[in-house]
Design a protein around this ligand. Structure first.
Ligand code: KG4
Ligand code: ZN
Length: 350
């Protein structure tokens, strides 16, 4: 299919102000945001399905898609109203097309296609991970590449060298579970509600770091991560006590697990910065909301003369403002234009 709206898209590259409506529906948040010039959020609405999925202990894909469908039209109306603009004032429609749950992504992608067609505005396909990185541009108006990025979400854990907007190099990544996945699984074993990350963060504050849960040593000299071993150690520890019907402290487990995981993340992030000569690091993704991780990265950066950045809490977890910001930098570089045959992709490369 011929590139959809190529001429309209080309005209945007040098337009002074760009107002982008962005849609995010990759997992269990339906989100729509309107962002001006990549950094100014005119409206940012998130309809969370956490309460719906909580009773199942995790996200049920089919239920997620159905709830996205029910929420998305109203969110659009509200987002336009809150931003105080008319639909025709929009310059482009951006949407997360991957990675994520297929059915969930498709709701956002199809809604975005409908808007693009009916409003006659270019459609921009955004990689969810690029959105998480861009969440820092919204929270820190002066932040510009180059920098190191520690990407820690439910689906990704990686160290990325960001040498320019849209110029990314993966220096290391997890070889098994993502950090958020490990937090969620450990929380589940401890009987904590979904999503487990924030629950462990809270509970760990009441506990002591007195149990030796260590991350795998085999990747010690690399910038890669492995969290499946420590997750299994926690599961085995809990099962041992339960079999013997002996009491154990959930708070101590949460604290010891969190200490070990955050030490590993910070140690490798600092090593990556030293190796690649970066002076700034940004944290991106839901686990970036972890209070201990934020404390440790700040401390380590201070000791090494580096600067640490992380997004405001509401931009750490999934939102559409970050998608609007990423789309802005795509457009400025002439990237990201999609046609009406755009489809969702459950997994995509960086
Ligand atoms: O970025 P995100 O909202 O979705 C993905 O793209 O995956 O990240 C969700 C993940 C979940 O695993 C959740 O438990 C974790 O981020 N998370 C946290 C905290 N808040 C959210 N993990 C640790 N501590 C937190 N405070
Ligand atoms: Zn995410």
């Amino acid at each position: 299919m011929k590139k959809y709206m190529a001429a309209e898209f080309a005209a945007l590259k040098n337009k002074k102000d760009l107002i982008i409506l962005a849609i995010e529906s990759s997992c269990d948040e339906t989100a729509i945001s309107i962002v001006k010039n990549g950094r100014e959020v005119l409206s940012n609405l998130v309809s969370s399905q956490i309460e719906i999925h909580r009773r199942f202990g995790g996200v049920v894909p089919e239920i997620a898609s159905r709830n996205h469908l029910m929420a998305i039209s109203n969110l659009y109306e509200e987002a336009i109203k809150e931003a105080g603009i008319k639909p025709q004032d929009l310059d482009a429609i951006a949407v997360t097309y991957g990675a994520g749950l297929m059915g969930a992504l498709l709701v956002g992608v199809n809604f975005a296609k409908g808007l693009s067609y009916s409003l006659n505005k270019p459609l921009i396909a955004v990689n969810h991970v690029h959105g998480h990185i861009a969440s820092n541009y919204i929270s820190h108006p002066d932040l510009e590449p180059p920098f190191m990025c520690l990407m820690v979400s439910g689906g990704h854990t990686a160290l990325l060298k960001i040498s320019d907007y849209n110029k990314f190099k993966m220096l290391g990544s997890t070889v098994d579970d993502a950090a958020g996945e490990a937090f969620d699984k450990v929380a589940r074993v401890l009987g904590l509600p979904y999503p487990g990350g924030p629950e462990i963060d809270k509970l760990a504050r009441e506990g002591k770091n007195n149990i030796k849960f260590t991350v795998s040593n085999s990747l010690h000299n690399t910038l890669n991560f492995s969290f499946s071993g420590i997750k299994t150690s926690v599961i085995n520890y809990v099962h041992k006590f339960e079999q013997k019907k002996e009491p154990y402290s959930k708070a101590d487990i949460a604290c010891s697990f969190e200490e070990s995981v955050t030490n590993e993340l910070v140690e490798k992030a600092i090593r990556a910065m030293k190796l690649s000569g970066q002076k700034k690091i940004v944290i991106a993704g839901g686990v970036g909301a972890n209070s201990i991780l934020q404390e440790k990265i700040e401390k380590a950066c201070k000791e090494n003369g580096f600067e640490a950045y992380y997004p405001k809490l509401k931009y750490c977890t999934d939102n559409a403002a970050m998608i609007g910001s990423a789309a802005y930098y795509y457009i400025r570089k002439g990237m990201g234009l999609a046609s009406l045959d755009l489809t969702a992709k459950p997994s995509i490369d960086l």
